[in-house]
Design a protein around this ligand. Structure first.
Ligand code: SAM
Length: 257
């Protein structure tokens, strides 16, 4: 595969608070969705591999295909990656955990198409992918308390003020993650942008459902392959941070209720 050339962003990480707040006020109307409103996306542009390939678009796949997807999502413990890039981590992780089910979102349709080719060539039966904006699909597709792990690895920092509404670590999307995770479920995050690391930690730890990051949880993911951005950082010696935020276990699991 051709080597991806990554950029190292500016040294300072800023947020235009007033602009971000204006965008977040319209968050649930889909303000800032990547690729625009999926309800208006022409279906003939960049078609996905034909069904029943394990790829979908929530607004375009057939009802039968979406029924297959929903069954798949409910049949086994579920892990979801948002922004999988070329899929180096999730393709490997899915093969290492054949009894779990995986879903990966990546808005770049070319990468999704290539991922489907690799899923089929490797005979992976427990991974579906989508090129929808995960922020549109997740609340429409999944039941509360249904996800075991979210992986958000090296998310785009969206430096430009006009794009910052696309950041995944903003309070309304952290609410969605908290709602969908099972009690005790894990939000696993990595970033090599120090200013974004600070924002991520603040916004997640401010949420009443999340516990502060627990570095010990890293052991559970010791066998995880690096993502392509992580491999790039390792190659150039750029530091990065991993966070492991757990959703508070249900009261009965803590022995307090
Ligand atoms: C910096 S790249 C990191 C890719 C990969 N996780 C890695 O570490 O190599 C972030 C990726 O997230 C994707 N992305 C950003 N926002 C997204 C969203 N809302 N839904 C799905 N994919 C998204 C981008 O297209 C991009 O490929």
């Amino acid at each position: 595969m051709p080597k991806k050339v990554y950029k190292v962003g500016p040294d300072t990480f800023r947020t235009d608070e007033a602009r971000l707040q204006r965008a977040l006020a319209r968050y649930h109307e889909g303000k800032g969705l990547i690729g625009g409103d999926p309800r208006r996306r022409p279906r003939w542009i960049h078609p996905l591999p034909p069904e029943p390939a394990p790829a979908f678009r929530l607004m375009q796949s057939s009802p039968e295909h979406l029924a297959r997807l929903r069954r798949f999502l409910s049949e086994a413990p579920l892990e979801i990656e948002i922004g999988s890039g070329p899929g180096d981590f999730i393709l490997d992780w899915a093969q290492k955990h054949p009894h779990r089910h995986f879903l990966a979102f990546e808005v770049k349709w070319k990468l999704v198409r290539e991922m489907v080719q690799r899923i089929e060539a490797l005979g992976i039966g427990n991974l579906w992918v989508s090129d929808d904006d995960a922020r549109f699909d997740l609340p429409r597709l999944l039941q509360p308390n249904s996800v075991d792990v979210f992986h958000i690895l090296f998310p785009d920092p969206w430096w430009k003020p006009k794009h910052q509404a696309r950041r995944l670590f903003v309070p309304p999307f952290v609410d969605v993650l908290a709602l969908l995770l099972k009690p005790g479920g894990i939000l696993r995050v990595a970033t090599d942008v120090p200013g974004y690391a600070q924002v991520i930690q603040e916004v997640v730890e401010a949420h009443p459902d999340f516990l502060p990051s627990q570095p010990d949880l890293a052991q559970r993911f010791a066998q995880a392959a690096p993502t392509s951005r992580q491999a790039f950082c390792d190659e150039i010696g750029r530091p990065y941070t991993y966070f492991y935020f757990q959703k508070r276990p249900a009261a009965s699991e803590t022995g307090h209720g």
